[in-house]
Write a protein that binds this ligand. Structure first.
Ligand code: T4K
Length: 402
């Protein structure tokens, strides 16, 4: 039912627009028969982890898909980033955005490095050469860019800056499987890139991740660090860890790769509905990923306007969640505002990051969103944006108890 009065909104006592909760995140599952077939193979072989045949197959398929020399599967993207930092022999400070998932920065800290936060570009939401340059100092060893929402993080300009300054450039590509920078697939940029195969990503191993590189020596180092066991030693690396992917994770990720094209196609069709309908929303803008290169369309990201007549971001999130549309404030707060960084970073000025943390919201996009549901979500947003001042005021009044 299309809402026509404030009272019909669930936050004001109405019936939620959807009976089932609609999560953000992909949460694609393979058909049960395929899952059974894959897992019965694992049971028959009785070989569950330690670089088994499914992990080997997955690495080769990822390398082929991305056109990269090496794909090294890991237990998740956070561990992959830690392994990358050790394989690259980084020291001292690494420049990183605060507008990202905490895992990006935590990986650096666990690798014994000092993250230095740089602001992001307001148009791309990613680091740029201009935002990074002022933070380069004598202790800087690298820049870790994040291909946020699957958009390439200024690879050409950042690479030139890092080459001039003698810095290593590597990327967190957790969001970017199947995305490209013009003709070049992400996975081939910088020295190394780290992907996530978490359940909420376009390729899911339930948990999982991988590193990619075109550098043979780095690949050997990463493969060695990934396994604490002497049996898998390809390079002299010092400290090692258990970052191995299990056969169960690889089975899920292989099935997910089989579904990649159809999942992207579905994402694109829903994204197109959001894009068309968002033209009628005032004070809320959908980030458009349909510009350059290929894209996986796994996220739908809205930005609310900094305008008293526009719907406030937190009001929009509360309102949507009331309707069982589980919108999320990704990413809030910035990592610089989280422990342990908030205590150690000192005064820090990241005005674009701060603004984005106050104005971005993710809405559902994945297998649970059919075309009908997408239109239903748009109807709610259209009503909210069209009645923003009254909704803002009524909520403020109710909160103050007047
Ligand atoms: N770098 C970046 C830029 C990242 O975004 C991430 C992770 C990483 C690095 C680290 O990658 P990994 O080390 O995880 O491989 C979720 C994911 O846990 C996380 O992987 C992801 N990014 C982040 C953006 O989202 P949470 O803590 O917000 O997840 P959660 O449990 O609240 O789930 C989100 C929504 O999905 C909820 O509405 C529930 C739904 N959901 C979730 C799971 C796990 C399901 O419906 N089914 C599920 O199985 O972080």
């Amino acid at each position: 039912m299309i809402k026509t009065t404030l009272e019909q909104l669930a936050i004001f006592g109405g019936k939620p627009a959807f009976e089932e909760e609609l999560p953000v995140g992909q949460v694609n599952l393979p058909p049960w028969e395929d899952f059974e077939r894959m897992f019965s193979g694992i049971f028959e072989r009785g070989y569950y982890t330690n670089h088994g045949p499914l992990v080997a197959r997955l690495e080769s398929r990822i390398a082929d898909t991305l056109g990269v020399r090496h794909a090294i599967c890991m237990t998740n993207c956070t561990i992959a980033l830690m392994v990358a930092a050790r394989a690259l022999e980084l020291r001292g400070e690494v420049i990183v955005p605060a507008f990202t998932f905490p895992g990006t920065v935590q990986a650096l800290t666990w690798a014994g490095l000092e993250p230095v936060f740089a602001d992001v570009d307001p148009h791309t939401h990613t680091l740029s050469a201009a935002t990074v340059a002022p933070h380069i100092g004598p202790r800087t060893s690298a820049v870790l860019g994040v291909h946020l929402w699957g958009q390439p993080c200024d690879p050409d300009q950042l690479q030139s800056l890092c080459d001039e300054s003698g810095l290593v450039l590597f990327f967190d590509a957790a969001h970017a499987f199947g995305c490209s920078h013009r003709e070049r697939m992400i996975g081939n940029l910088g020295k190394m890139e780290a992907f996530s195969f978490h359940a909420t990503k376009i390729i899911s191993g339930a948990e999982g991740g991988c590193l990619t590189t075109n550098d043979d020596e780095l690949a050997k180092r990463a493969r060695t660090i990934r396994n604490f066991h002497n049996a898998e030693t390809f390079a002299n690396v010092g400290l090692r860890i258990n970052g191995k992917m299990s056969e169960a994770q690889a089975a899920m990720a292989l099935l997910s790769l089989d579904q990649y094209d159809s999942n992207c196609k579905h994402n694109r069709s829903i994204f197109d509905i959001y894009r068309a309908r968002s033209q009628d929303w005032s004070g809320v803008r959908l980030r458009d990923f349909s510009g350059h290169g290929t894209h996986n369309f796994q996220y739908a990201v809205l930005e609310t306007a900094n305008d008293p007549d526009a719907i406030e971001r937190d009001v929009l999130v509360e309102l949507l969640r009331g309707e069982n549309i589980l919108a999320r404030r990704y990413f809030y707060p910035g990592v610089h505002r989280l422990s342990p960084y908030v205590e150690s970073a000192g005064p820090i000025s990241l005005p674009v990051t701060e603004a984005l943390c106050e104005h971005t919201v993710q809405i559902p996009l994945g297998p649970c969103v059919t075309e009908r549901i997408a239109h239903g979500i748009c109807d709610v947003i259209e009503f909210a944006t069209g009645n923003a001042p009254t909704i803002n005021q009524r909520l403020a009044r109710e909160r103050s108890g007047d």
